[in-house]
Design a protein around this ligand. Structure first.
Ligand code: SF4
Length: 105
C-alpha cells in the first residue's frame, strides 16, 4: 500500500464518520433548549399542593389574578421553560400555580 492509498483510505473513513454524524447533529440543533426538562406532571404532589394547571384560562382558584401565568411569573425562565419552584421540571408558559408572583418591573 502506498502513502497515497493510506491517505485516501483515512480520508474516506473520516468522511464516512462525519457524514453519519450529520443527521444526529441536525436533530440536536433543532431541539428546543428546554427539551431536556420533563414537563411537570399534573399528578406531582407539589404541583397538586400548589394547584398547578397547564392552562391558566381554566383556573378557578380564588388566588388567581386575571392575566397571570407562568410566562409572567418571576419564577419562570422563558429560555428553558424551567420554574424555580419545580426545579427538575419544565412548566407550560400558559400554566399557573398558586406560587405565582409577578416578575419585577
Ligand atoms: S411558580 Fe410561577 S412559573 Fe412556577 S408553576 Fe407557578 S406560576 Fe408557573
Amino acid at each position: 500500500m502506498t502513502d497515497h492509498d493510506a491517505t485516501r483510505r483515512r480520508f474516506l473513513i473520516q468522511a464516512t464518520v462525519a457524514a453519519s454524524a450529520l443527521p444526529l447533529l441536525a436533530k440536536m440543533a433543532m431541539q428546543p433548549a428546554h427539551a431536556a426538562l420533563p414537563m411537570l406532571p399534573l399528578d406531582n404532589a407539589q404541583a397538586k399542593a400548589l394547584n398547578y394547571a397547564e392552562d391558566a384560562a381554566t383556573v378557578k382558584n380564588p388566588m388567581f389574578k386575571a392575566g397571570s401565568s407562568c410566562a409572567n411569573c418571576q419564577f419562570f425562565t422563558a429560555d428553558t421553560g424551567a420554574c424555580a419552584i419545580f426545579p427538575t421540571f419544565g412548566v407550560n408558559p400558559k400554566g399557573w400555580c398558586s406560587g405565582w408572583a409577578a416578575k419585577p418591573a
